[in-house]
Ligand binder design. Structure first.
Ligand code: FNR
Length: 303
């Protein structure tokens, strides 16, 4: 897995399922992260081959609840992101999927109370020993590349110190979201503080934050020195932003997304959630299209 000069689809809960990852890749994303999956949930799963649609599924035992679905087409670029607070659980989770994905990543940036109260996500940022334990355990026991995604700490100095400690664990790359834990999504990403991390490390640093257009990519690369850029909301609103030829219409992207959701038998709830997020950005859920999506009970209704 090469992490330099890449366009990366960011992990997004309830959005980054197989159809959305394939959509982003179709428009030009080189690396595609899955939504964060919590270790406890994954540890209840078994691997099943789905002969009907040609996917590899991780399904909660005794149910048909698909927790992670992937396919051969994305094997060289899909990154499996784990939500964890424990090295052994993280390793056991990674071992379940490592032969089906290109890399595993640990989420160290999520500020939501669900994550933080469970000692996961941004809670890890204040526990460098635990970060070290998780990452070195994964590195020692896996042949798959290991990465992590952090937020900025209170001071640029603290962020650089943490990034240096992370680099020493042998990770293949580090993604840095240019916001601090209390920051809101509307607060601008601090590219200058990402630049400090880039200049302090030798491993590839993936810039994350406020890339909305393909034209932003070069500007942000030169502002931060990072050679790779990770996009969340810009891709959610129009996944064709990855295309160097320019965006296609949001209507076309939406149609292609639904087509892929049908082909890959995507979960209806996650499909509706993603569509609603797309629609809210361009229009509103009170209009007929939004209302129809909310009322839909099946893929056929959505189509
Ligand atoms: C996110 N983000 C996120 N981060 C992460 O590490 N794991 C995750 O599962 C999620 N889930 C998620 C869902 C949705 C809907 C959004 C919008 C965001 C954070 C995301 O990956 C990214 O760090 C931030 O959104 C900043 O990037 P942008 O949006 O400025 O490109």
């Amino acid at each position: 897995m090469e992490y330099r000069n890449k366009l990366v689809l960011a992990p997004m809960v309830r959005v980054g399922t197989l159809p959305f990852r394939l959509l982003a890749a179709q428009y030009g994303a080189d690396i595609t992260y899955c939504e964060e999956i919590i270790d406890h949930k994954m540890l209840k799963c078994e691997r099943r081959i789905n002969e009907v649609i040609g996917s590899t599924d991780f399904v909660e035992k005794g149910t048909n609840n698909v927790v992670f679905r992937t396919c051969d087409e994305e094997k060289d670029r899909v990154v499996f992101q784990i939500g964890t607070s424990d090295a052994v659980r993280a390793l056991t989770t990674a071992q379940l999927v490592c032969n089906d994905v290109a890399a595993v990543d640990i989420n160290m940036g999520c500020p939501k109370s669900f994550s933080v109260s469970g000692g996961m996500g941004a809670a890890l940022l204040s526990k460098p020993e635990l970060i070290h334990d998780i990452l070195t355990t994964l590195k020692r026991n896996l042949n798959t590349p290991v990465t992590c995604k952090i937020r900025l700490l209170k001071s640029p100095h603290d962020t650089v110190e943490l990034a240096r400690r992370i680099e020493k664990t042998g990770v293949s790359a580090l993604a840095v979201h240019g916001r601090k834990v209390p920051d809101r999504p509307r607060d601008p990403a601090k590219w200058n503080e990402i630049a400090d991390v880039v200049s302090a490390l030798s491993i590839p640093v993936i810039e994350n934050g406020d890339v909305f257009e393909n034209d932003d990519v070069e500007r942000i690369k030169s502002a931060t020195g990072a050679s790779s850029v990770m996009v969340a909301r810009g891709a959610l609103w129009n996944a064709s932003m990855f295309s160097p030829e320019g965006k296609v219409s949001y209507e076309a992207v939406k149609r292609e997304y639904i087509r892929k959701c049908i082909l890959w038998d995507n979960d209806i709830k996650s499909t509706k959630h993603t569509l609603k997020e797309m629609i809210i950005h361009y229009s509103c859920l009170e209009l007929p299209e939004g209302k129809a999506v909310i009322k839909s009970e099946s893929m056929a209704d959505l189509a």
